[in-house]
Design a protein around this ligand. Structure first.
Ligand code: SF4
Ligand code: SF4
Length: 95
């Protein structure tokens, strides 16, 4: 999944830099290194590589980062891959 990418501009990931307190939790938990600390604020490096797992939002103490896991096209593509690998249908709310 290191080079995971999907369609540009459709990820639901959002960051409110005004609210961010720069704790770094989102940077630590993101499996794709999409977030980084720049000074005392988080920044989004590559939103199109976000798999919408929700780990950043779950671990943000001030809800500065939000994402809607399971409804974006990342979820749909993962479902398609799992279906191809396992032959089993995996539900996705996308589209
Ligand atoms: S939703 Fe997951 S992949 Fe996307 S930025 Fe947050 S932790 Fe990283
Ligand atoms: S977890 Fe929230 S408060 Fe902490 S750096 Fe990330 S966005 Fe900012």
């Amino acid at each position: 999944m290191k080079h995971f990418r999907y369609m540009d501009g459709v990820a639901t990931l959002k960051l409110d830099t005004e609210t961010c307190i720069g704790c770094g939790a989102c940077v630590e938990v993101c499996p794709h290194r999409i977030l980084e600390l720049c000074g005392k604020k988080a920044i989004i490096l590559d939103p199109d590589a976000c798999m919408e797992c929700g780990a950043c939002a779950t671990n943000c103490p001030v809800r500065a980062v939000t994402v809607t896991p399971g409804v974006g096209c990342a979820s749909y593509l993962i479902s398609v891959w799992l279906h191809r690998l396992t032959g089993r249908k995996v539900d996705s709310a996308c589209c």
